[in-house]
Design a protein around this ligand. Sequence first.
Ligand SMILES: *Cc1c(COP(=O)(O)O)cnc(C)c1O
Length: 227
Amino acid sequence: MSIRENIEYIRRLKDEAAVRSGRKGDDVLLIAVTKLHSADEINEAIDAGITDIGENKVQEILDKYDSVKPVKWHLIGHLQTNKVKYIIDKVDLIHSLDSMKLAQEIEKRAAKIDRIMDVLVQVNSAEEESKFGVGVDETEDLIKSIRAECTHINIKGLMCIAPLEDDPEDARPFFRAVKEIFDRHEDFTVLSMGMSNDFQVAIEEGSTAIRVGTAIFGNRDYRSEEK
Ligand SMILES: *Cc1c(COP(=O)(O)O)cnc(C)c1O
């Protein structure tokens, strides 16, 4: 199947899941995750209607930025404070804000270029040691502190990565826990949950933005990644 056919297929499943959750297909954004894929492949996806792409590494954004057609860039992976300066003028939404230290750096860099940076707070809903993100119980405190201190940061909502399970049903409680926090904030508009293996369950639980890589572009060749 071509990239275009995969996108059409995923979009159909996305739209059907949205309807199952009492919404419209357009209420859920499809972000194509393009890490380890070339600018040519990304442009093929853009030609097939993709408006938003997600990368998890700053270096990959910088490498591809000039070769990719106009599109919205999402930083979905862990962001080190010393790399904020490279992407502050390039990405449209940072999904992975999970500490006050990172918030302070984003605040400083955004103020410098007079921009308000849109972010999501990443919640480590399953409290997995191996994952980034703030614990469910600490999320409200982090949101409060960012709001109090950072005038150049606009928190648009939350992001979570569910544990990788054979059965996507097992991810449902983790999505539900994040949706509960999301619902306490009337001004939140983006709930970034769901990847290739679990996006339908995530949408049923209220996701407004899914991050799909493998199901669009095929398996990633990690051997070619030497960094
Ligand atoms: C790689 C990645 C995805 C996409 O994963 P697939 O299983 O390939 O769809 C989504 N979110 C984040 C944060 C990722 O790093």
